[in-house]
Design a protein around this ligand. Structure first.
Ligand SMILES: Cc1cc2nc3c(=O)[nH]c(=O)nc-3n(C[C@H](O)[C@H](O)[C@H](O)COP(=O)(O)OP(=O)(O)OC[C@H]3O[C@@H](n4cnc5c(N)ncnc54)[C@H](O)[C@@H]3O)c2cc1C
Length: 459
């Protein structure tokens, strides 16, 4: 006999647990299913562990730079990778246990630990049992993509999940992929003491951002000794004893990078291949992402997809925002939509990049009349005081409406500073509001009004 629920949630990523808290609070008998670790990618193998490791890497970097600040370290600086990992594990454990306990003690919620699979548009099988409902929410996320590159099956490689188990220093880490995930690991391992090579197929790093941002990020990494190989159009792998040879060039007599370890950081694949979507008739796009409308409904009434799996975002904040949109539509008579949100994200190298809205390239392509302001971090007092002057900030404004179109802050505090721009964009206020605001001295944010006071037409 099938057990009946008012709602079934598959996956406990960044939106499923919060949604369960809401549906149970609304009195709905709710089931939630998790096949692996409660809290999903961000908590266990994504944002939280990487940022914890980034913090260790920064401590190593600052220790080496101690003398620049007059701090003399009398002895060598050694990174103990076992302690680095143990610290990361402790932070992750706390978050994972928080979500686990939250779900397991939630009233009106039944937690299933197993793989959930749709049997029809109203039923889900888990651990041999059948659950029935007229509302199914899919929060199944994504996993590391392992591309079909020549030789990839013949060599050992790390992904963002397996690299979390590393408690030693790789001698030479070759990272395939020069985007957000790959670059965070690149700088981190370089700071731990590994030789690091980044192999990127495209002509520049973080290809979706503007060229000046990509170039500055490359320079920051190269200044620390990360080796960057762009335009690697023919990536392949070959075992060489206990090392791995990575080919990059398509030309005969291929140029090789021989490393001790390889990390694949080449995108994410939605967890939809074993979800029974065909039995429910749920449509996906050619890459396997579940197609949803602006309010996260799939093509099948009564089934919604939230988080990375719908391809409308690839971040913790977009997944959580999906929960807010769905809850507002379901319970609050508030028709929030995905298209209400403004694109924003961070790249957590050091110094970090905070991004919001349109890139300069997108503004140019839109053909509208725009103004641009740019300021090098070397001009920012706060950055000079801290001897961390790499990077710049820039902002784009619609010349007619005076609304901010987009901004990038690459420099110390960039991931935080960007929010002062983001909030004005959400308020739909003209840029002159920030320009006239009095900010705290000495901060990076205080230079945003100055930058806005010196806008030039975008040629
Ligand atoms: C290395 C790395 C660093 C990152 N850093 C950041 C960052 O700094 N900031 C940021 O915003 N984002 C970051 N991200 C992205 C962020 O982790 C994801 O966007 C976010 O976790 C997506 O959450 P989600 O809710 O879609 O699902 P997920 O967190 O992916 O969770 C999905 C859950 O569903 C479970 N599941 C899947 N299929 C089934 C099934 N059939 N039955 C039962 N359970 C199932 C999975 O086991 C998983 O627990 C990072 C990602 C990585 C890999």
């Amino acid at each position: 006999m099938a057990e009946k629920f008012d709602v079934i949630i598959i996956g406990t990523g960044q939106s499923g647990p919060s949604l369960a808290a809401r549906t149970t609070k609304e009195g709905m008998k709710t089931a939630i299913i998790e096949r692996k670790l409660f809290g999903g990618t961000c908590v266990n193998v994504g944002c939280i562990p990487t940022k914890t490791l980034v913090a260790s890497a920064r401590a190593a970097y600052m220790a080496r730079r101690g003398a620049d600040f007059g701090v003399v370290i009398d002895g060598s600086i050694v990174v103990d990778m076992k302690t680095v990992k143990a610290r990361k594990d402790a932070v992750v454990r706390q978050s994972n246990e928080g979500v686990t306990n939250w779900l397991k003690t939630m009233e009106n919620l039944t937690v299933y630990e197993g793989h959930g699979r749709l049997e029809s548009s109203t039923s889900v099988r888990v651990n041999g049992g059948l659950l029935e409902t007229d509302k199914i929410i899919l929060n199944v996320g994504a996993r590391a993509n392992v591309p079909d590159m020549p030789g990839v099956g013949d060599v050992d490689y790390l992904t963002n999940s397996s690299v979390m188990e590393v408690d030693f220093l790789p001698e030479h880490l070759v990272i395939i992929g020069g985007s957000y995930i790959g670059l965070e690991f690149a700088q981190m391992y370089r700071r731990f003491g590994s030789r690091v090579s980044v192999v990127e197929m495209g002509g520049r790093l973080i290809g979706r951002d503007d060229e000046d941002v990509s170039a500055a990020v490359k320079e920051i990494l190269e200044n620390e000794g990360v080796e960057v190989r762009l335009n690697a159009e023919c990536i392949g792998f070959e075992k060489r004893g206990d090392q791995v040879a990575v080919t990059a060039s398509c030309d005969p007599g291929p140029e090789e990078i021989v490393g001790s370890h390889v990390l694949l950081a080449v995108g994410r694949k939605p967890n939809t291949d074993d979800l029974g979507l065909d039995k429910a008739g749920v449509e996906t796009d050619p890459r396997g992402f579940i197609m949803v409308d602006d309010q996260l409904c799939t093509n099948v009434p009564g089934i919604w997809a939230i988080g990375d799996v719908n391809g409308r975002g690839a971040f913790t904040h977009t997944s959580y925002n999906d929960f807010e949109i769905l809850a507002a539509n379901m319970f609050d008579d508030d028709p929030r939509r995905v298209t209400d949100r403004i694109t924003t994200y961070g790249l957590f190298i050091d110094p970090p990049l905070g991004r919001v809205g349109m890139t300069e390239r997108e503004v140019r392509e839109s053909g509208r009349k725009a103004l641009i302001g740019k300021m090098m971090m070397a001009r920012v007092g706060r950055a000079r005081e801290r001897s961390e002057t790499q990077g710049f900030m820039k902002i784009l404004v619609d010349a007619e409406t005076k609304r901010i179109l987009g901004a990038a802050v690459l420099g110390i505090g960039g991931d935080e500073v960007i929010h002062s721009v983001l909030d004005v964009m959400y308020a739909d206020a003209p840029y002159t509001v920030i320009q006239r605001a009095m900010h705290i001295h000495p901060t990076v944010t205080e230079l945003i009004p100055t930058m806005l006071g010196d806008l030039k037409p975008l040629e």
